[in-house]
Write a protein that binds this ligand. Structure first.
Ligand code: CA2
Length: 186
């Protein structure tokens, strides 16, 4: 499965400015976590950030042939970009809109995403973990129908436990491991 993750304007400043709103995790660290999760699940990952609307539109268009699922944090373009909305409507696979902060609890300017009407699901307020949640949902939706993906995750966890690593990675993936019987169809 091929996942494309797109990040909009100013997200390259994550962890550097305004940590009280967006936390102290850098985009580089988020990318590393997403790559690690992709490797565990056998997904191919393309991870991009751009400050330019046209470039993001080009990337969304390229996802038509290059990706099976799209995860996008459009940042400020969430609230303004009809061009990105139109491009998202053309993509045929599932799209997940991720926001690090809970945009619904923000000021009027940051509350109403124009892009949400073009996506399968919106994940907001989980911090950088929202990207991992979106990747998990993308994997289940696109390829694996739940069961196979679950097995892969279990194997990954066993490997991590075998290493006796109490790493952030283990903790993060632990919370994704639920019995198959508790997984609802998406
Ligand atoms: O919570 C999110 O992920 C947002 O998409 C982030 C956007 C904001 O406009 C949305 O309402 C919610 C802003 C990204 C700007 O990132 C910065 C990071 C550090 C310093 C300044 C801006």
């Amino acid at each position: 499965m091929r996942i494309m993750i797109l990040n909009g304007p100013n997200l390259n400043m994550l962890g550097i400015r305004e940590p009280h709103i967006y936390g102290s995790t850098t985009l580089k660290a988020i990318k590393a976590s997403c790559e690690e999760f992709a490797a565990f699940t056998g997904a191919q990952l393309a991870f991009h950030q751009s400050n330019h609307e046209g470039e993001l539109v080009d990337l969304i268009q390229s996802a038509r042939k290059d990706a099976d699922a799209l995860i996008i944090n459009p940042a400020a373009y969430s609230f303004t970009s009809i061009a990105m909305y139109d491009a998202l409507k053309i993509f045929e696979g599932p799209i997940f809109e991720v926001h690090i902060s809970n945009i619904h609890a923000r000021d009027e300017l940051h509350r109403h995403s124009k892009l949400s009407a073009a996506v399968k699901a919106v994940i907001a307020g989980l911090g950088p973990y929202g990207y991992i949640v979106a990747m998990q949902a993308a994997a289940r939706l696109v390829e694996l129908g739940g069961r196979f993906f679950q097995l892969r995750l279990e194997r990954a966890l066993v490997a991590a436990a075998g290493d006796r690593l109490q790493s952030r990675r283990t903790v993060m993936f632990d919370s994704l491991l639920v019995p198959n019987s508790l997984i609802f169809p998406l």
